[in-house]
Design a protein around this ligand. Structure first.
Ligand SMILES: [Fe+2]
Ligand SMILES: [Fe+2]
Length: 359
């Protein structure tokens, strides 16, 4: 199935081309590599999985609330507009909103695939090239898994403009660390937090599984960005670091304020301005928008882009308290949750197998 056939918006181009201007760099040193990066690379190899075998794709979504998420999490829940909607219209809103979300994950995964491939070529150190090559494979698998999940919604959305603008910057910039900063720190940091809300709140086993397994890998990707940039940024001049901080602050506000799902309101013929205002005012959405920074803030602190400009922005956004979180502990938890789901699935299958044998 072609996902483009499921877009409820006017047809878009088949390809998107971002011009590139950077040097592909060989590393003739072939040295041992940094311990933590080589350890992460080994982990990347050991933890490969197959979306076809690890997930039972015969599991279905709920027709009325596909990922069985609390409807209170929808931006329009409880508004006068929501109250006027029929049960059928509400289900349609939930289906489209959730599909929009998963679509942005899918589109972001393809962007991550391409950014990781750029890093393989461009980063000067072989240990980073090794690790990034495992990320390329991970991202292909994520595209595969989200595409399979999205097909079950019967509706899909193209990449939104705000995400496209940030991806464009990540790719077009000729400095390799800017790709890391935009992708591994900002986009993957946001994604990790967004996947986490579905993994933890969804009652649908398929949706939970896909997000938990992707997160298990994403935690490594964010760590990869953190380890590499933590080594690199102290080597830069203050002026160069300032430039990165400026980019970072803009990217964070950009994603917080412009990633608002208006395409769903358009597709469903809902009053756009009214919906956007509801979404802005919604307490649940405000909480969600701040939660999205849970993974970015501790990473940014750790890589040393922690000047006044960045700290002021995070204070202003109300996300400064996330700076106290331990990124390694968060990652360990992501891996543990994925293992728990595997164990539960194996147990359920074993019980089902015994039942079938007894019949
Ligand atoms: Fe990914
Ligand atoms: Fe990733």
């Amino acid at each position: 199935m072609s996902l483009r056939d499921l877009y409820p918006v006017p047809d878009i181009d088949e390809h998107w081309t971002v011009p590139q201007g950077f040097d592909a760099v060989f590393d003739w040193r072939f040295d041992e590599g940094r311990d933590r990066l080589m350890h992460l690379y080994q982990k990347g190899k050991d933890m490969q999985w197959d979306a076809v075998n690890r997930i039972d794709w015969s599991q279905e979504l709920d027709p009325e609330n596909p990922m069985e998420l609390p409807p209170e999490g929808n931006a329009l829940y409880g508004t006068p507009l929501w109250e006027r909607m029929s049960a059928k219209d509400r289900s349609e809103l939930l289906r489209h909103s959730q599909a929009w979300n998963i679509s942005q994950f899918l589109q972001g995964e393809q962007a991550a695939l391409i950014c990781a491939a750029k890093i393989v070529q461009q980063v000067p150190d072989l240990d980073s090239k090794f690790y990034a090559s495992t990320q390329v494979m991970d991202e292909a698998r994520h595209v595969e898994a989200y595409k399979k999940l999205l097909e079950k919604f019967g509706v899909a959305y193209p990449m939104t403009q705000p995400l496209g603008e940030l991806v464009d910057q990540a790719l077009r910039d000729s400095r390799w660390d800017m790709t890391y900063l935009a992708m591994q720190v900002v986009i993957e940091g946001l994604a990790l937090a967004a996947f986490g809300t579905i993994r933890d709140l969804s009652q649908n086993p398929l949706a939970r599984q896909v997000n938990a397994y992707v997160m298990e890998d994403e935690a490594r990707h964010v760590t990869f960005g953190r380890l590499t940039l933590r080594d690199y940024y102290p080597e830069l001049t203050q002026a160069e670091r300032d430039e990165r901080e400026e980019f970072l602050v803009e990217a964070c506000y950009h994603m917080r304020d412009r990633f608002d799902g208006i395409e769903v309101y358009q597709a469903l013929g809902l009053p756009m301005e009214e919906c956007v205002n509801y979404a802005k005012e919604s307490e649940v959405m405000q909480l969600y928008r701040s939660l999205l920074f849970q993974r970015i803030v501790p990473t940014v602190k750790d890589i040393g882009l922690w000047g006044e400009r960045v700290r002021n922005a995070y204070e202003d956004m109300g996300v400064m308290h996330f700076a106290e979180l331990d990124p390694d502990a968060l990652n360990e938890n992501d891996e543990q949750v994925a293992r728990d789901i595997d164990a539960r699935t194996a147990y359920v299958n074993a019980v089902a197998g015994q039942g079938a044998a007894a019949e």
